[in-house]
Design a protein around this ligand. Structure first.
Ligand SMILES: *Cc1c(COP(=O)(O)O)cnc(C)c1O
Length: 389
């Protein structure tokens, strides 16, 4: 039997010595980790429908909860925040349960265009008993086909139009979609899982709260908190429905260590979010440009990305192998990315990097088969966590 403690130790050493370019991940600061590993980790807290806690010994836990909730509300300028969901997916479940009746319909972006697989037929729609239709999308410009959406929505009259993508590089014309939703009697749901940190920094889709009925998503992607989900709305009825659909329906207790960690990360985003988001977005654009200059083709030239991720082009596969092969080549050289052709800049930005030419050099050399492990060690030598108190 291998000791799990030893494996965790090995894992920690491994992660300290790799450059992480995974778009779905981020780096948590020592305060967030302290909260996650605190005594709160094995405790209960359970806010009952009347607002009281079902457990004793929770006076500080309750204070942490309400401070975190207030900070999240301030961060997004939202009247109400449900901060308990255990992940972006649970927040999506809650949002859908609040908006779509059994036998109803949603429209979402197809997974072939970077939409979230959970909204495709066999997953949440089948589980909750509603239909899922596709939002018309133009991959060449990474834009929704608004005229076609208007036409389809007026025909389908969906309960909800669900925006957001896992391969997410461009904002939407939300004012236009709001008008379509109003005309078709649909709720506007915005799944910001990937971009919650950038929205908090008011750089990506700063009008998300203004036009959406619900803005929800993960707290660990561009939002540099612990794994979890949040749900925001300005509508009192939606908020009370969301709370109803949280406890005993999509989950039970909310893991109070996680909420403490979320609050710490949210306070940091409140202080540093704008600078962080600005740098993340600049780094993405520069990484895309630099990779292209070095012969690795990146989608959406010449702008590449408005977010924290860039998308490698399928054209690379003929020369350098599949996205899985590319990911494995990077991993051999102590760089981590997913196996779907996304490269993310949230974590490198958080660790203080701005020289994307240098990172692109290491990435492209590794993809071309060179051994760049020494260069990666040199790159990592200058890193240090930023944007935390
Ligand atoms: C990652 C993601 C989710 C799921 O989030 P978890 O926090 O992993 O549960 C939901 N929607 C989109 C668009 C995502 O990218």
């Amino acid at each position: 039997m291998t000791s799990i403690t030893e494996l965790v130790d090995k894992y920690e050493r491994f992660r300290r010595n790799v450059l992480n370019l995974q778009a779905s991940e981020n780096y948590t600061c020592s305060h967030v980790r302290m909260a996650l590993g605190s005594d709160l980790a094995s405790r209960y807290a359970h806010i009952m429908p009347d607002g009281t806690n079902a457990y004793g010994g929770t006076q500080f836990t309750d204070q942490i909860y309400s401070e975190t909730q207030e900070t999240i509300k301030k961060l997004y300028g939202a009247k109400y925040a449900e901060i308990r969901p255990l992940g972006g997916h649970i927040a999506a479940e809650i949002s859908l349960l609040c908006s779509v009746k059994k036998g109803g319909t949603i429209m979402a972006i197809d997974e072939i265009h970077g939409g979230y697989t959970g909204y495709m037929k066999g997953y949440l729609p089948e589980m909750f008993g509603f239909r899922s239709e596709i939002i018309p999308y133009i991959p060449e410009t990474q834009e929704i086909d608004y005229d076609a959406l208007n036409r389809d929505a007026m025909k389908i009259k969906p309960d909800a139009i669900v925006l957001g993508q896992s391969f997410f590089v461009k904002h939407y014309d939300l004012k236009r979609i709001r008008e379509i939703c109003d005309a078709s009697g649909s709720k506007l749901l915005y799944d910001g899982s990937h971009v919650m940190g950038l929205i908090a920094g008011k750089r990506f889709q700063p009008d998300a709260m203004k036009y959406s009925d619900i803005l929800f998503g993960s707290t660990h992607k561009s939002f540099f908190g612990p794994q979890g989900g949040i749900l925001l709305t300005n509508d009192e009825k939606i908020y009370s429905d969301a709370s109803f659909n949280t406890v005993w329906r999509t989950m039970d207790n909310y893991q109070p260590n996680r909420i403490a960690a979320l609050g710490i990360a949210a306070q940091d985003l409140l202080s540093f979010g704008e600078e962080y988001a600005t740098k993340v977005m600049l780094n993405s654009h520069n990484l895309g440009r630099a990779l292209e200059e070095k012969g690795i083709s990146v989608r959406n030239a010449p702008w590449y990305s408005e977010s924290h991720q860039i998308l490698l082009s399928q054209e690379n596969t003929a020369k350098y192998g599949t996205f899985l092969d590319i990911s494995k080549k990077l991993e051999k050289n102590d760089m981590i990315c997913d196996r779907e052709g996304r490269l993310g800049t949230s974590e490198v930005t958080r660790l203080g990097f701005s020289d994307m030419d240098r990172i692109a050099g290491a990435v492209s050399d590794a993809i071309k088969g060179k051994d760049v492990r020494k260069e990666v060690v040199e790159i990592l030598r200058v890193s240090g966590v930023r944007f935390c108190k």
